[in-house]
Design a protein around this ligand. Structure first.
Ligand code: XUL
Ligand code: MN
Length: 347
């Protein structure tokens, strides 16, 4: 590994600029079109786009294969013209009337088949975009009540789907994005440990890894930086969705560091210290702007999350490791605690 500092590249998804609807109220801001969103990226300091299949090809289920490829090609030209890269692409498997009971773990064989076909179409789009990173957020793979499905059969169904996708394309890499709940009461793959278990059980474990979202780890009652460390040890942290979360409630996707700056510091630290980014991994954000934000300034959460990452990176790089080691050697963890706080406060 070279000693020169990593120059991090950042990504976000078009859904991170949004209209402010929540389960209790309608949109409060007029939409920006896809083309307008693409225009924003570079000015905000971002080079990578996180896609869902239907961000690229709207109304994907109504499109023929030829229409799908043709639309994907025009998006590829558009992002090339902006000097942008498709970092990841994910099939949006949770909105169709055919995935109400789950996608790969639906109780209906016909619906499971739909989920696989839709995912293969997403791989076809990935190929046009020259994107090797296929994200699976397993949104509806879980239960509202335990009695409806077999948790053990579900693992086999998920593995069958993963293996079928690995077989469909010899180069695609699958990044599982775990989340413990929402929309389901309880999800089958709640943590990165579960995801990595699936990876090792798959037909080509080198091509199955993970994407860790800070808020999802927090919702599982876990420390995101330790979850990241676990995946990094296995060389399976291939993307992140940095954001923040204030306690155990709905998935908030707050700006990075806005609920707990020290927890954010430790995420930046574990990434930096383990060479994250040196194989082309992006610092992905998955952040939602507050519902109260006026439309013309509804991208500030992206700017500020990126700045917070860079500010914390400076804190990681300027931490005096010798002082830290002295505290550790003396087992003076109270002293170290206060030293870290003062460092973060710029004292
Ligand atoms: C949901 C979530 C998704 C994934 C991409 O909580 O984080 O937006 O990041 O499908
Ligand atoms: Mn996410």
């Amino acid at each position: 590994m070279s000693n020169s500092p990593t120059e991090y590249r950042f990504s976000f998804g078009p859904w991170n600029i949004h209209e402010g609807a929540d389960p209790f109220g309608p949109p409060v801001r007029e939409s920006y079109s896809f083309d307008e969103k693409v225009d924003f990226y570079r000015d905000l300091g971002f080079l990578g786009i996180q896609f869902h299949d239907d961000d690229v090809v709207p109304d994907i289920d109504e499109k023929t294969h030829a229409q799908l490829i043709s639309r994907a090609k025009s998006v590829k030209t558009q992002i090339d013209n902006h000097g942008l890269t498709a970092e990841v692409i994910a099939p949006r498997l949770w909105e169709s009337s055919l995935t109400i009971d789950g996608a790969f773990t639906s109780n209906s064989a016909k619906e499971r088949q739909y989920a696989l076909e839709r995912s293969k179409r997403c791989v076809d789009i990935a190929n046009v975009l020259e994107c090797k990173n296929f994200v699976l957020w397993l949104a509806r793979e879980g239960t509202y009540i335990r009695e409806t499905k077999s948790s053990s059969d579900a693992v086999g169904q998920l593995l069958d789907a993963i293996n079928a996708l690995l077989d469909y394309d010899p180069e695609i890499r699958i990044l599982i994005e775990p989340k413990p709940n929402e929309p389901m009461d309880i999800a089958y793959i709640p943590t990165i440990g579960h995801a990595i278990g699936l990876a090792y059980a798959s037909a080509d474990s080198d091509r199955v890894g993970g994407l860790i979202e800070s808020a999802h780890a927090i919702l599982a009652g876990l420390e995101p930086s330790d979850e990241m460390g676990y995946a990094l040890y296995h060389n399976k942290l291939w993307s992140v969705h940095l954001n923040d979360q204030n306690g155990l409630k709905f998935d908030q996707d707050k700006a990075f560091g806005s609920a707990n700056l020290r927890r954010a510091f430790n995420q930046v630290r574990v990434l930096e210290e383990n060479g994250y980014g040196r194989n082309g991994e992006y610092i992905g954000l998955d952040v939602k702007v507050m519902r109260t934000q006026p439309r013309d300034i509804s991208t500030k959460h992206l700017l500020s999350s990126r700045r917070t990452f860079l500010n914390l990176l400076e804190k990681v790089r300027t931490l005096d490791r010798k002082v830290e080691q002295e505290f550790i050697a003396a087992r003076d963890y109270e002293g170290l605690d206060f030293y870290i706080l003062e460092h973060l406060l710029g004292k």
